[in-house]
Ligand binder design. Structure first.
Ligand code: GLV
Ligand code: MN
Ligand code: MN
Length: 422
């Protein structure tokens, strides 16, 4: 039974220190991927990791890997980590907690003079949020092979800036190859970002999997014309058609409960108050824990688009540029999290992740699971996102114990595989 504890004050102080970089007036954080603020956050984190005795590497997509040596460096590391980038109106904890919880684990292992057989490696994954550059989870997606490195480096933001150029500009286009990463096990700690732990009064969510997602870009093309001289029956208003589409997205999600549907991004052309909008670019985000339901939502969206086109005369083009299926985490890793929570005496429940997480892509190539902690009123992707020091302490202590358990286990088949690969 492993009941090690972390240093709660130190974890909390580090979270508050990191939150100053891009801190907003409303108490949140705006640290978009590959901006100067992201660079500052990364540099502070690397400084802390080096002070904790880690070796630091950066790969070609800008993922940072900080390693605390194990007794047997031929063994694959036990990994943890998350992301330092935030939403435009983000909070202080989404992603950052998972990174700094990893750092606190290393610091606590150092304090308590604990040696592990496997090395422990903390990852900061590039552009998890998918806000400035879409899709999300790019760094872990490239490492897992879901995305090609070049295709991701060539992605542009809304101002046409190329991700690869931004990575170079902030000094994080690293030399370590994105291929060949291995973990003996991987755990990501994260605030839940939803209401269930709070509602059930549980301290820890044992995450058994993540729901599937489909992301689309929709382009609606109508006809620009004069707001004062074009009679209502002669208009082809792309913005008006987009409102029908937004309503349909909501209806589709509600008809597929507990599915979710969101339109969060929109650009109106020409965006002039006395010209009827001729073109709309908008995002659509559909999610569901069951793949067949997600497929049914996708079909319902195509049907809705055909109906709106016929009714309005606005042409709608749908680009389904990102999909990933519901993820099931590794049973051993899930059990390690559940056992650590029980051993430490924390109340816990099994839960499915509603948000996308790097752990979902890591689970393609390594045994993986996640640890959730509650967040106030289930609100995240908002500057008011809030959690307590005690809640963070609980999640990080579970992480420490799950990592120590796994970092002691030597799997003979895996060892033989690594030796053969040399
Ligand atoms: C990432 O934060 C997501 O959209 O789930
Ligand atoms: Mn996150
Ligand atoms: Mn997020």
């Amino acid at each position: 039974m492993s009941t090690l504890k972390i240093n709660s004050d130190r974890l909390w102080n580090s979270l508050m220190e990191m939150a100053k970089i891009g801190g907003t007036e409303k108490g949140g954080c705006k640290r978009l991927a590959l901006t100067d603020l992201d660079k500052q956050g990364r540099e502070l984190y690397i400084k802390w990791a080096e002070e904790a005795g880690c070796t630091v590497k950066v790969d070609a997509i800008g993922n940072i890997m900080c390693t605390r040596p194990g007794e047997d460096m031929s063994l694959a590391p036990v990994g943890t980590g998350s992301h330092l980038d935030t939403q435009p109106t983000g909070g202080k904890f989404d992603g950052v907690f998972g990174v700094l919880a990893g750092l606190e684990v290393v610091r606590s292992l150092n304090d308590q003079n604990i040696k592990t057989k496997h090395p422990v490696e903390i990852s900061v994954w590039t552009n998890e949020e998918g806000s400035r550059f879409a899709p999300a989870m790019m760094g872990s997606g490239v490492v897992s092979g879901r995305f090609g490195l070049q295709e991701i480096l060539d992605t542009t933001d809304v101002d046409g800036l190329r991700l690869g150029d931004e990575l170079e500009r902030i000094g994080f286009a690293g030399e370590t190859p994105v291929t060949g990463r291995k973990f003996h096990a991987f755990f990501e700690t994260h605030i839940e970002q939803g209401p269930y732990l709070e509602a059930e009064n549980k301290q820890i969510g044992v995450v058994t999997g993540g729901q599937g997602q489909r992301w689309y870009n929709a382009t609606l093309v109508g006809r620009e014309s004069h707001a004062g001289t074009t009679p209502m029956h002669l208009r082809c208003d792309a913005l008006l058609a987009s409102t029908q589409l937004i309503q349909k997205v909501e209806q589709i999600a509600k008809a597929h409960a507990p599915g979710c549907g969101t339109v969060g991004f929109m650009q109106v052309v020409p965006n002039s108050r006395n010209t009827i909008p001729g073109k709309i670019e908008m995002s659509i985000d559909l999610r569901h824990p069951l793949d067949e339901q997600l497929t049914s939502m996708d079909k319902a969206l195509s049907d809705a688009i055909a109906e709106i086109e016929a009714a309005t005369g606005v042409a709608i083009q749908l680009d389904p540029f990102w999909y990933y299926e519901p993820i099931h985490f590794d049973q051993n890793c899930v059990n390690a999290v559940r056992k650590a929570a029980s051993d430490l005496g924390y109340s816990h429940m099994d839960i499915i992740a509603g948000a996308g997480h790097d752990a979902c892509y890591v689970s393609d190539f390594a045994p993986t699971s996640m640890i959730f902690t509650p967040c106030l009123n289930g609100i995240s992707h908002n500057e008011i996102e809030s959690t307590t020091q005690e809640e963070c302490e609980a999640g990080c202590s579970v992480l420490l114990n799950a990592i120590v358990t796994m970092a002691e286990q030597v799997n003979e088949a895996e060892t033989a595989e690594l030796a053969a690969a040399k």
